[in-house]
Design a protein around this ligand. Structure first.
Ligand code: NAP
Length: 435
């Protein structure tokens, strides 16, 4: 029997487990530092995108398959080391995602009121690390940096009315705080232009249908319409949506405005003891398609600044780490002998949830090649060894059956119309799990 440890219970981890189950003859332990499974599905996907979150039912089936275990509340690097995992398991798969915010790296990016998207998204999605995040929602102006889908998620969540959260699982503290938010002007800064956005049509289109907010785009920011033909179909659709926004500017009937400010690079954040304004430099595209500063600067008022400019994976003691890439250097997923990376830990923070599936299958194939099903007896102890080690350290993992108790408690506590009310603190999660 082969023994595989997967670190991280988000999409990449579960798709890898699913792929490994196809060839069988394996015990698969999925470890997570939090007492709850599903990673990005629970803590990253927007609470008003419940249909995307439904994929967790597929992961649940994997978790309930004999030979697969979920071990939450087990922290790699604290409760168990990577060397110990390699000692007990034939292969270790890092599916830790990319949960750390990349810093803007400009003066003032550490002022109160400046947060990264991992923190803001974690806050409204009930991630225990961000339950107490202080957000200046009493200020009128917010600036969002970045032109990707995460920027759209953040703008939409800031712009929605309480009624628009019906059916979502936005956590109570965020629902209440956003319900009384004073934010009226939301500016999305893109350092390049409309043709260079990383926003997909469905997500962009949502901004055109908000109850109390309207998008504002400057028609002068577009290249000639004929040049749209060279874009791939998805990008062309997104640019068409932007052109539509530009053609019908807000008529004043909605109290909030979401302004797209293109060719705008933040160079500093200023304020007396907290963020008050973002200093922006106008850019132009260089011959390489990258943004070049023009030297022309201006200020945008901003009590809240959310940077949505990408993420990094967490360094793990004993595991090679590339600071510049923000992830584990690997060749086709192989980090070092018997250690693999999948998903964002392998490729960086790009692609949709489904993009992780082929990654999982590729790594499962590599593991099958190194340890063919039915032929291995490596003498490694697998789950029994880990259980002994964790018990000796007083670490009591949250198993999948324990998680199901948490899930039942969250469903029972849901406000009217919501699928669940997430518990947002580790002690509360552990208590609900029966620990
Ligand atoms: P992203 O798509 O890579 O976008 C990052 C944005 O940040 C880009 O516009 C980039 O501009 C900009 N940027 C990077 N560094 C910057 C800097 N120093 N100053 C100013 N701007 C900077 O990343 P993301 O939005 O975090 O999304 C991550 C992945 O999750 C993507 O694949 C996304 O599609 C996916 N996602 C999907 C959904 C959904 O399907 N509903 C929702 C959320 C996220 P440049 O292009 O100029 O580098």
């Amino acid at each position: 029997m082969r023994h595989i440890a997967i670190v991280g219970s988000g999409p990449a981890g579960f798709y890898t487990a699913e792929a490994l189950l196809k060839s069988g003859d394996a015990t698969i332990d999925i470890i997570d530092r939090l007492p709850v499974p599903y990673g990005l599905i629970r803590f990253g996907v927007a609470p008003d995108h419940q249909s995307i979150k439904a994929v967790s039912r597929r992961y649940e089936k994997v978790a309930l398959t004999p030979g697969v275990r979920f071990l939450g509340n087990v922290h790699l690097g604290a409760d168990v080391s990577s060397e110990e995992l390699l000692h007990y398991y034939d292969a270790v798969v890092l599916a830790t995602g990319a949960p750390l915010d990349r810093r803007l790296g400009i003066p003032g990016d550490d002022l109160p009121g400046v947060v990264g998207s991992a923190a803001f998204v974690g806050w409204y999605n009930g991630h225990p690390d961000f339950a107490d995040l202080a957000l200046p929602l009493d200020q009128g102006d917010a600036v969002i940096v970045g032109n990707g889908n995460v920027a759209l998620d953040c703008a939409r969540i800031l712009a929605k009315t309480p009624g628009e959260f019906v059916g979502s699982d936005i956590v109570a503290h965020a629902f209440e705080a956003l319900g009384s938010s004073a934010i009226r002007a939301i500016t999305i800064l893109g350092r390049r232009g409309p043709h260079q956005i990383a926003m997909t049509p469905k997500e962009l289109g949502e901004l055109g249908h908000l109850e109390a907010a309207a998008p504002l785009v400057d028609p002068d920011d577009f290249p000639p319409a004929g040049t749209d033909a060279a874009l791939d179909p998805g990008q062309r659709k997104s640019v068409e949506l932007l052109r539509g926004f530009a053609a019908s500017p807000p008529d004043g009937s909605k109290p909030r405005t979401i302004t797209f400010d293109f060719f705008a690079k933040p160079i500093a954040i200023e304020g007396e003891g907290r963020a008050e304004r973002v200093i922006v430099e106008r850019t132009a595209l260089g011959p390489d398609g990258q943004a070049r500063g023009t030297g022309q600067t201006y200020a945008i008022p901003a009590g809240l600044v959310i940077s949505c400019i990408g993420y990094a994976s967490p360094p793990i003691p004993g595991v090679p780490y590339d600071e510049a890439l923000g992830r584990y250097p690997n060749r086709d997923g192989l980090v070092e002998e018997r250690m693999f990376a999948v998903g964002w830990a392998r490729r960086g923070p790009t692609g949709t949830i489904g993009t992780n599936r082929p990654d999982g299958f590729a790594v499962a194939e590599a593991i099958d090649a190194a340890f063919p099903p039915g032929t291995t007896d490596t003498g490694r102890d697998g789950p029994a060894g880990l259980d002994r080690l964790l018990a000796s350290r007083g670490c009591d993992p949250v198993l999948f059956a324990d998680w199901q108790k948490i899930e039942a408690a969250e469903v029972a506590a849901a406000r009217a119309g919501a699928p669940r009310e997430k518990l947002v603190r580790v002690p509360d999660l552990l208590k609900a799990s029966g620990h």
